[in-house]
Write a protein that binds this ligand. Sequence first.
Ligand code: 5AD
Ligand code: SF4
Length: 479
Amino acid sequence: MKITHKKQKTIIKPKKRQAMDGRILKRQKGQKGLYIATFGCQMNEYDSKRMEELLYPQYVRVDTPKDADLILINTCSIREKAEHKVYSLAGRFRKLKEKRPELIIGIGGCVAQQEGERLLKRLPYLDIVFGSHGIYRLSDTLNRIERGEGPFVLTDMGDEFKMPPIATPLPVPHPVKAFVTIMQGCDNFCTYCVVPYVRGREVSRPKEEIIEEVKRLVEAGAKDITLIGQNVNSYGIKGSSSRGSGAKSAFNTTFPELLREVAGIKGIKRLRFTTSHPKDFTDEIIEVMAEGLPHCNHLHLPVQSGSNHILKLMNRRYTRERYLKIIEEVKRRIPDVSITTDIIVGFPQETENDFNDTISLLKNVQYDQIFAFKYSPRPFTKALQFDGQIDEEVKSARLSTLLEVQREIGLKRFKRFEGRVVEVLVESQNPAREGELIARTTNNLVVNITASNDLIGRLINVFIEEASYHSMRGRALTP
Ligand code: 5AD
Ligand code: SF4
């Protein structure tokens, strides 16, 4: 299914800046240019935004590497393919450095954490290598590099939640959509996943900081807030005080309570969260969604496989039956809910029967969208050592079959909107098509409309004229 390719593509290509969101800052005299290439998930997008904010006003973000005094690549290592792309991009920047030796180049994120010193050996022209915990030492380290010191490797990982407040907020309105991190790291150790090794132990962010940040974003113009973390459902279980006191804070807020509290902040039009883990997904979360989170009838609940045998090997700690029970309850309580998921095909020892269990689960759940991946062996992980690794051709064939099945399901799901009037939040101009705006339904599905820019940030009704299996086209009904 195309959506999957879209996601894979997003992971591989550095994300284009939303040039249409009104956030382009004019560079003033004396300010340096910062170019950030971001790969990977929303956590990385969030981290890149954080870097931009932390380095402002000394650095202002620019849209092309050639205008930059500092280039940062924020990397993803969830699958091997994503990792390879980082090296080819870094190679391109090397040429710029040869022409302008004063240019500072850094690699951050998961590949940086995973490779550390090895990255410096492989790419000796780098000035700085930093993991996700190193972001908050960037500013000081850059000052030292400018004084001629370095190169530096910042890959220490503490078990504190480190996120200093932003000293100087960017003097521009915030885009309609905003992500807010509520926890870092992951303790689940799914046997295929590199995240616990490159993002460290799970630690929740103090509630007060989250509320403060959401309020700041809403005041700056954000209307659609997504709370993010690797496993948001276990929010509050392991916390730490921020700002470096080192003391563990007693957490007395659960995820549903946090949701309720954030939902109460004035000005939020949409509240979403990702990623959920089925093993920690409780009825209370469904309850909060059902009782009216600001228009949130979308749930992304990664299943990974429909086979109990594979789920066990993956260390997912739920069964197919438990997963389906959650879905049943979600559908019962939340009208017209959209459910999306992540799936891995070709995990070691996956038989045709196991794979067919995944297909049958897809048919049973009727997902609006799926993000499907071929299993990719990752360093440090248990599954790397498992017997029964699957041939690439078998993985590819299974992926195509899966996508074919989902294509039909997805199309049917999207078609349900044709001829209906739905409320959408208008997000931005469509950078791919002039004169077109991107809007989103409460279910988190994209609707393209042709209308005036004045509608950005507004909730409007649209008539859905046509639906394909990954987006819709609508006509704005004059508010
Ligand atoms: N191979 C393939 N897919 C993976 N994912 C995580 N690790 C791997 C891997 N080693 C997928 C999972 C996860 C999503 C973010 O990426 O489906 O939910
Ligand atoms: Fe990886 Fe599993 Fe943690 Fe998700 S829950 S980040 S898949 S280890």
